[in-house]
Design a protein around this ligand. Sequence first.
Ligand SMILES: [Zn+2]
Length: 324
Amino acid sequence: MFFRYQRTVKKPVHFCGIGLHGGAKVRVSVSPSDRESGVVFIDELSGQEAVANWRNVSCTNFATSIAYSDGSSLSTVEHLLAALYALGVFNAFIKIEGSEVPLCDGSAADFVRAICETGTADMPFETKILCVEKCVLIESEERRISISPYNGFSVSMKTRVNSEVCHTHTFDSSIDSFVNDIAPARTFVEMKNIPVMKSAGLIKGGSIKSAVVFNDDKVVNPCGLRFRNECARHKVLDAIGDFSLAGMPIFGRIEGVQSGHMLNHSALKKLIESESFSVKKYSDLFCCDERPDLNSLSSNEIHIKTASSPGRNSARAREEAAAV
Ligand SMILES: [Zn+2]
C-alpha cells in the first residue's frame, strides 16, 4: 500500500446510492487532480469545498463527517476514503449531490471495484509518508486505541457486538488483502438498537442490504456473514478511512479494542498535535528508482476474488461466527 508516487484516478469514477441516515439518492463522482490538492470534497449544489483532513472533521457519531466552510457537513466519508487510501489515491476531487456518501452495501467493495476498473495514475510528486515516532494511546472506559511505531502499516481490531459475539482481525498492508479481505466487510448493527436510531431520525436509508443485523448471536441477513469475523474487518476498514484523514500514508501500527470513529479521530488528532510523528519521503524509506507510470493501476494489478463477493456466505460462516 506504499507507492513511490502520489496517485489520482485516471478518469472520473461515478457512483450512485442511498444515504444511510437521510435515505435520499446520492450521486458521487471522483475526478482526477492535476496537483497536490489532497482529496477534496465539493458540494455539487453550493460549490463549497472541504479537504479530507482530520482538522475538518465535524462529527464522529455513527459515521465520520467533514465540514464545509459554510458549516454544512458531509457524512459517512470513511468507506470511500479507505478505498482511496488503500489504492494510493491522495489527490482527487469528489463532487457530491447530497449530504452523505452513499452507504452502498455497507462496505467499500463497490468503491474499490469501480476505482480499480477505471484505474489510477501516478502523478509527478513523490509520496510523503507520516511515520509514527512515539506511541499514542486513547482510552475511554472499555474502549481503547493506540498507534505506535512500526515498519509498515498494520491495523488490528477487536470488537464486541454484544455479550455473545466478539470478532478480531489484523490487517497488514497488502493491497490484495485490503481489496479481498477488508473492503467487502459490511457495517453492522444490533436489532435492539434500530428503533432508538430510527426515533432519532437516523438510518432512514438502512436495511439488511446495507448492514449486517444481529439479533443476539444470530445474523438476521439471509446470506449470513461474508467472513466469520466480518465486524472486526469492518472496524479495520473504518479505521483506515478515519486515519486516511492524515492526508498521507502512515508508517505505524494501529491497535483498537471497541474503537469507533470518535476514538480513531481522537488518536489521530493527538498524534499530530503532540508531534509524535515525522514526515519522510518514500525514497527515504524504500530503495527504488522507478519512474511515474501514468497507467499505474490496471485491472491486472489488483486481483479481486469474485468468490468472496456478496452472496457467497455459507452456513459454515454463520456457524463460525456464532462460535466466536
Ligand atoms: Zn463503517
